[in-house]
Ligand binder design. Structure first.
Ligand code: NI
Length: 187
């Protein structure tokens, strides 16, 4: 098996960079050309990687590609059994607009910070716009966990990992110590 990519047919599971890698701190560049083979290939790798790791979301910089591309979505999240599933979404060149001032604290994890959780404040209500892979516009108003996931992923495009958002560092730790016996999904 190669170190950087496990190739199985057309699948390409890429290595996810971990916190400490300076590439995770860069501000990513906008996508200029849509519906290209390069973009489709990037998105296929991101989907394969996210699903292989059972993630709820992934940003291109996490696999070392400094472009403003995120994917997210899941059917069921055991940490938020009361939350509606978030539809699988490709979001390119996103712009976020918080709706109102209200923030809520919630536990987050990240594939780039494996095995850990932190309590992070996020805007509860959010409008996001951007584009899909074909360049079609996306415009959604969301709340709660959907809004949290989008804010987490888009932070990656600006070089921000969730530990920088934690207000109280006593609320940051290892999954098996914080939530013994729970099987948690990373974002
Ligand atoms: Ni993350």
């Amino acid at each position: 098996m190669e170190k950087a990519a496990k190739i199985l047919g057309t699948m390409a599971i890429r290595e996810v960079l971990k916190m400490g890698d300076p590439r995770l701190l860069a501000v990513a560049q906008p996508v200029l050309n849509f519906a290209t083979p390069e973009l489709e290939s990037l998105l296929a790798d991101m989907r394969d990687t996210m699903r292989d790791l059972n993630g709820a979301g992934l940003a291109a910089p996490q696999i070392g590609v400094s472009l403003r591309v995120v994917i997210f979505g899941f059917e069921l999240n055991p940490r938020y059994p009361e939350e509606d599933p978030v539809p699988f979404t490709v979001l390119i060149n996103p712009i976020l607009t918080p709706l109102g001032e209200q923030q809520e604290e919630g536990w987050e994890g990240c594939l780039s910070v494996p095995g850990m959780r932190g309590l992070v404040p996020r805007y509860r209500d959010l409008r996001y716009i951007g584009f899909d892979a074909a360049g079609r516009p996306i415009d959604r108003t969301v709340k709660d966990f959907h809004a949290r996931v989008v804010q987490h992923e888009v932070d990656h495009l600006d070089g921000i990992l969730y530990p920088r958002r934690i207000r109280d560092l006593t609320q940051f730790g290892f999954n098996d110590a914080l939530f013994p016996g729970e099987n948690l999904i990373d974002e």
